[in-house]
Write a protein that binds this ligand. Structure first.
Ligand SMILES: Nc1ncnc2c1ncn2[C@@H]1O[C@H](COP(=O)(O)OP(=O)(O)OP(=O)(O)O)[C@@H](O)[C@H]1O
Ligand SMILES: [Mg+2]
Length: 296
């Protein structure tokens, strides 16, 4: 549905996107995960035809020219910098975007109603955008990307600066779109979001894709060991049959097979005050791939 090959974009001497290739299947939620300046927005802007790559090829929905009007009609883009008319109401904004995409009459009204409900903003439809919270603006910004019913939708950091309630609404609405079979590109620097929403994730840093896979596969490949922590009321006499180290009342096992080790511990009939497994996550993956934390 979306394919980019050997994509490259420089700004003067800065290589913002460096030989990036990937293919996104129809109906997939594809994540671009990376810190500030990784090149996520630059990739999005090239996919939607706002920026011309120095090098490489882009194919969206069968066309290699995303600037063509008929291709643009099949793409929705919710930009990172919210793009709304503050002095217009929510409904007026969506009506404007719908008209830009050639909608009119009953179809326009139906789509605007749909987009308002998508953004969970039906009851604020008649209010001006400058009375909205940051989260409500984000949701309306997203609705503007789907009003023309595109099969391919790009959301660039849709949860930055939003309150937890809007964040959950945003997740729900993206999951709705996924159920409808739309193809979604989602950029974020929050690994929990990528982990929850995305079928596959490209981990990016400094213009490059470091690896691309399902979250589970990324964690399996780059996450390293899980850590089992077992705390006893009184440590058993003999723990020599278990790997790991005991310190005071706490047994700590670093392991690639946490499930099997837990079964072994359970079968030994030991009594724990607390038992927990710290599994590696995407944060660990990023750390292991770059030597840096994603939160730096
Ligand atoms: N128009 C531009 N002119 C000059 N440099 C640019 C321009 N757009 C982006 N850059 C630079 O390209 C690099 C990648 O930027 P980009 O916005 O794609 O990153 P990002 O991954 O979206 O980051 P963020 O998480 O902060 O949104 C950065 O170093 C940025 O400063
Ligand atoms: Mg960006």
């Amino acid at each position: 549905m979306v394919a980019v090959k050997n994509l490259r974009k420089t700004f003067n001497s800065l290589v913002a996107v460096d030989d990036v290739s990937f293919t996104i299947d129809s109906g997939e939620v594809f994540g671009l995960l990376g810190p500030n300046g990784a090149g996520k927005t630059t990739i999005i802007n090239m996919i939607v035809g706002l920026l011309k790559p120095d090098n490489g090829a882009i194919n969206v929905d069968g066309s290699d020219d995303p600037t063509r009007i008929d291709v643009r009609m099949r793409i929705g883009n919710a930009p990172q910098a919210v793009a709304l008319y503050e002095s217009l109401t929510a409904r007026e904004n969506l009506t404007f975007f719908g008209k830009v995409y050639g909608l009119s009459g009953r179809r326009l009204k139906e789509r605007v109603d749909w987009a308002l409900s998508f953004a969970r903003l039906e009851d604020r439809a008649k209010d001006r955008v400058d009375t909205f919270s940051g989260g409500m603006k984000r949701r309306l910004n997203m609705a503007g990307a789907v009003v023309h019913d595109p099969p391919v939708i790009l959301f660039d950091e849709p949860t930055v600066g939003v309150d937890p309630q809007s964040r959950n609404l945003i997740f729900d609405s993206i999951e709705d779109l996924k159920r409808q079979g739309r193809t979604i590109v989602y950029t974020t620097h929050y690994m929990e979001e990528a982990q929850r929403l995305c079928d596959r994730v490209a981990v990016m840093d400094r213009g490059k894709i470091l690896d691309l896979n399902t979250v589970d596969n990324l964690i399996e490949k780059h996450g390293g060991k899980a850590v089992i922590i077992a705390i006893f009321d009184t440590p058993p006499q003999d723990l020599s049959q278990f790997p790991g180290t005991i310190e005071g009342n706490t047994l700590r096992i670093e392991t690639m097979q946490p499930t099997q080790d837990l079964v072994n511990l359970a079968q030994a009939g030991l009594k724990f005050r607390q038992l927990r497994v710290d599994r590696p996550d995407l944060e660990t993956v990023f750390l292991n791939l770059t030597g840096r934390s994603l939160r730096d």
